[in-house]
Design a protein around this ligand. Structure first.
Ligand SMILES: NC(=O)c1ccc[n+]([C@@H]2O[C@H](COP(=O)([O-])OP(=O)(O)OC[C@H]3O[C@@H](n4cnc5c(N)ncnc54)[C@H](OP(=O)(O)O)[C@@H]3O)[C@@H](O)[C@H]2O)c1
Length: 421
């Protein structure tokens, strides 16, 4: 007769043995799931001839001035020298809101707007980038009208105006830098043609609207190049522009005080409104007789309304520069090449200009566009869903996999026998 404990052990063993086939099936299912996921992950970036299971998603404008709609779409294809980026954070610029609501750039509809992204390279035909690189990209959406470059979607194609991010630079910071740092650089050193290193004894640079996003970067780049910076901002932003390095800070109406620092090596108007042009004209009037100011003023927006007293001969240069044009080749290399100017200033810790970060991914873009159009600040939209899927998948699958595997490695006696028979 068996003793009770051996009977209990026997029944326990029987119970385990009866469970064994299910555990075996579980291990097989888990293994297959992990393999399937690995194959899916590997194939997503390179298998770009999309099919139903391999789709992107975009917040697009169906027709001029219509509200944005979020829908599934095909993953865009990319050409030589381009990369495919899975977006993590997308900056919204004033131009995006104006294009969505006013539609002043002629585009084909439906149109995917936005010209800057930060994310991860998932496919590359550019030798400078590999799958897995964290990057920012300034895309030629409005110049080309090609939806593959649009930012408000899950996957965007980046040209060689793409920069690998150093460790520690968040996608949110990268998104903030993506468009406006190139604009600040090109405005100062291409549009105004300032020497990239200030000549000794150089006149100061006047950054009009130093608390704007472009203005904040322009202050930092001008200081870095060795210029003294005179800037304007509302009083509540004086401490902020001082923290960026500006030496002489005024409100917009202090024409006399501002002019006392002139003549200027260059004047960059970051607002580009009738109000800013008029205020700059007052400074120029104070400067009369000090210097011919021709070719020293650049505005981020074109002059729309005539300004009283402004001489027809004095042109405010309107500047929009995208590094894609043929004569820009050398500048593009200098600024965008790996290890070039942009890499260096990001690695050295350029301070991002303040943004409001909004989560919610593409579903939030329409609301953010509307708010931006009616307000004055820029917004960021962060896509959380892009990395939730893989994390949740492994959280659920791996514990099951390991517990099943442990059981498989140490099976009940009858099971071992079954295997060897
Ligand atoms: N041409 C291009 O390639 C290009 C590229 C980027 C942007 N832009 C244009 O440049 C403008 C600024 O863009 P952003 O993203 O830098 O804007 P932003 O950061 O949203 O600018 C908002 C700031 O403008 C300042 N501001 C208001 N009135 C001003 C005035 N009369 N003079 C100077 N500053 C004034 C305000 O600062 P305070 O509160 O301190 O007054 C406000 O904080 C937009 O119109 C945009 O469309 C053009």
């Amino acid at each position: 007769m068996r003793n009770p404990s051996s009977r209990a052990a026997h029944s326990d063993k029987k119970h385990h043995d009866s469970l064994y086939p299910f555990r075996k099936i579980l291990v097989v299912i888990c293994t297959l799931s992990v393999l399937a996921y690995a194959l899916y992950y590997k194939s997503t970036p390179s298998n770009l001839n999309t099919n139903a299971s391999d789709m992107s998603e975009a917040a697009y404008v169906p027709e001029a001035k219509a509200p944005l709609v979020v829908e599934k779409t095909e993953i865009p294809t990319f050409e030589d020298n381009e990369v495919l980026i899975k977006n993590e954070a997308i900056p919204l610029q004033p131009i995006d809101a104006k294009q969505a609501r006013i539609g002043f750039i002629p585009l084909k509809y439906p149109a995917v707007l936005g010209s800057g992204v930060a994310g991860t390279v998932v496919g590359s035909k550019n030798p400078n980038f590999s799958k897995g690189d964290r990057v920012l990209s300034n895309t030629p959406t409005y110049g080309t009208g090609d939806n593959k470059y649009g930012a408000f979607q899950k996957y965007t194609v980046g040209t060689d105006l793409t920069l690998r991010l150093p460790d520690g630079v968040t996608f949110e910071k990268a998104a903030s830098l993506a468009v406006n740092v190139p604009v600040a650089y090109s405005s100062l050193f291409v549009g105004l043609d300032l020497p990239k290193t200030a000549p000794s004894g150089s006149a100061p640079v006047l950054i009009w609207g130093g608390s704007t996003s472009v203005g904040g970067y322009a202050i930092q780049l001008a200081i870095k190049a060795g210029y003294t910076v005179v800037t304007t901002a509302s009083v509540h932003n004086h401490a902020y522009v001082k923290s960026l390095g500006a030496q002489n800070i005024y409100t917009y109406d202090q024409a006399k005080e501002i002019a006392s620092h002139g003549p200027f090596a260059g004047i960059l108007d970051n607002a580009g409104t009738g109000a800013s042009h008029t205020a700059i004209w007052r400074v120029l009037q104070e400067l009369q007789g000090k210097k011919d100011v021709e070719d020293t003023i650049l505005s981020l927006l074109p002059s729309m309304a005539p300004i009283e007293g402004w001489p027809a001969s004095l042109v405010i240069k309107f500047f929009s520069y995208n590094f894609s044009e043929e004569p820009a080749k050398e500048e593009k290399q200098y600024f965008w090449a790996p290890g070039g100017y942009y890499s260096k200033i990001v690695a050295e810790g350029i301070v991002e200009t303040p943004v409001e970060i909004r989560s919610g991914g593409l579903q939030e873009v329409e609301k953010a566009v509307e708010d931006l159009f009616h307000g004055t600040r820029k917004w960021l939209v962060v896509d959380h869903w892009t990395f939730l899927l893989p994390i949740s998948f492994f959280l659920f699958t791996l514990p099951l996999f390991w517990s099943g595997l442990a059981y498989f490695a140490n099976p009940p006696a009858s099971a071992s026998a079954a295997v060897t028979e």
